[in-house]
Design a protein around this ligand. Structure first.
Ligand code: UDP
Length: 419
């Protein structure tokens, strides 16, 4: 009998992408059956498209969980984390019966927002694993959570070496209990089929020189204030470097302004970018409204640098394709990721915020973009990105550290299945 594992991501592309990739690896490389639950409440079209793609392997079954009505439980102005927690809490209710109906899988792999599933799985004697979709640095801050059991990490030995060592040594030196950790990354979105717009973007990239493009993209929901977006656009223009700008309507409130609305937000960048910007930068710059197929852009040889909000998926995608970064963190644990990438790993640089102004000014953006595209500092971080690209792919290959970590866990499941 084949080993059967269930996978439960939180809503949102950020967590879904690595959990789906882990599910695919289990099916394709380790011969396991996987049922992946899709939280349909507030799901974006991009999420549904990804999870119902005809290219998913046959032994990976996506199960749509019944949508839940959370309107009576959250106010209109509730923040993103509140909405997420309520959505998860309500969607969790049928989990026990669904797991029983599925014949109790050998393991359940969850993501950070689903810690309540530990209790249900304990009752059913199903071992639960968490794919920690952020950095190891962030994990060290969350280790006190009493509900943590076993954890997979979307990282690899050569990338966060010191932090992994620190976690493993905690029980010996500080008497702090830590869960077993299995670095199995980088798990990133595979190159997806190009949409019409995506194909146009790649055709444009095909005409650009090697390593000449700066990609500016702030994750699935990141937005800037009006003032900051204006400075960014001017900085790009003044730098006279080539770029792709994923433009999103500015929000003067939350920096995660369009998290649940990635594909519904069809907008006209002319309405909020500086007057004449698109015309003046034509040929040098390409403006993509709301969304670009980021992996397709990052893997293209014309892409040289990525100005990123440092979400963990974006970070891993950039490194997988050897692209150094300008770190522009916005919310959640992104500042921690940015500090790690700049100060520890040496694969990114960070802009300076104008004193007392609260924005990065156009002159600073111009300076930084030129420096990273043309200067010595750019060469240094590019060199580091190439080293990490190599170590990431080695780790995932047969015999590599990440492949080996996953192989050992699968072996445990296989053995327990035979008992
Ligand atoms: N993404 C994309 N196009 C965009 C913006 C984001 O394809 O225009 C993808 C990106 O490749 C990544 C994910 O959305 O896989 C964003 O995840 P991340 O963890 O970087 O940030 P979050 O959206 O969770 O803040």
């Amino acid at each position: 009998m084949k080993v059967h594992v269930a996978v439960l991501p939180s809503p949102g592309m950020g967590p879904i992408i690595p959990l789906l990739e882990l599910a695919k690896q289990l099916v394709v490389c380790h011969g396991i059956h996987v049922s992946l639950f899709n939280i349909t409440t507030e799901a974006s079209a991009a999420q549904n498209q990804l999870l119902h793609s005809p290219t998913l392997p046959p032994n990976l079954k996506v199960i749509d969980l019944r949508p839940v009505d959370i309107s009576a439980l959250v106010t209109e102005d509730a923040g993103i984390v509140t909405r997420l927690c309520i959505n998860v809490q309500e969607s969790l209710k049928p989990l026990k019966s669904v797991l029983i109906e599925l014949g109790k899988p050998q393991a359940l792999i969850i993501e950070l927002f689903w810690t309540q599933a530990f209790e249900i799985c304990n009752e059913l004697s199903i071992p639960t694993y968490m794919l920690f979709t952020c950095s190891t640095a962030f994990l060290t801050f969350t280790l006190y959570l009493p509900t943590l059991d076993r954890i997979f990490l979307n990282s690899w030995e050569d990338f966060e070496t010191a932090l992994l060592k620190a976690i493993r040594e905690l029980p010996f030196y500080k008497q702090i209990a830590t869960p077993p950790v299995h670095p199995v990354g980088p798990l990133i979105k595979e190159d997806e089929p190009l949409t019409e717009l995506g194909a146009k973007c790649v055709a444009w990239l095909d005409k650009q020189p090697l390593d000449s493009i700066l990609l500016v993209s702030l994750g699935s929901g990141g937005t800037l204030t009006n003032a900051q977006l204006t400075e960014l656009a001017w900085g790009l223009e003044l730098s006279q470097q080539r770029f792709i700008l994923v433009a999103r309507k500015p929000t003067d409130g939350s920096a995660s302004g369009s998290f649940f609305n990635v594909d519904g937000d069809v907008n006209d960048p002319k309405a909020y970018l500086p007057k004449g910007f698109i015309e003046r930068t034509k040929g040098v710059g390409l403006v993509m409204p709301s969304w670009a197929q980021q992996v397709a852009v990052l893997r293209h040889p014309s892409t040289g640098v990525f100005l990123s909000h440092c979400g963990w998926n974006s970070t891993l995608e950039s490194i997988t394709y050897g692209v150094p970064m300008i770190a522009w963190p916005l919310y959640a644990e992104q500042k921690m990721n940015a500090a790690m990438l700049v100060e520890e790993v040496g694969v990114a640089i960070k802009p300076m915020v104008g004193e007392g102004k609260g924005v990065v000014e156009r002159e600073e953006i111009e300076r930084m973009v030129r420096m990273v595209m043309e200067g010595e500092e750019g060469k240094a971080i590019r060199g580091r990105a190439k080293e990490l690209e190599h170590s990431a792919s080695q780790g995932l290959n047969f015999g590599g550290s990440s492949y080996g970590s996953l192989f050992c866990v699968v072996k445990e499941w296989t053995t327990s299945d035979q008992i």
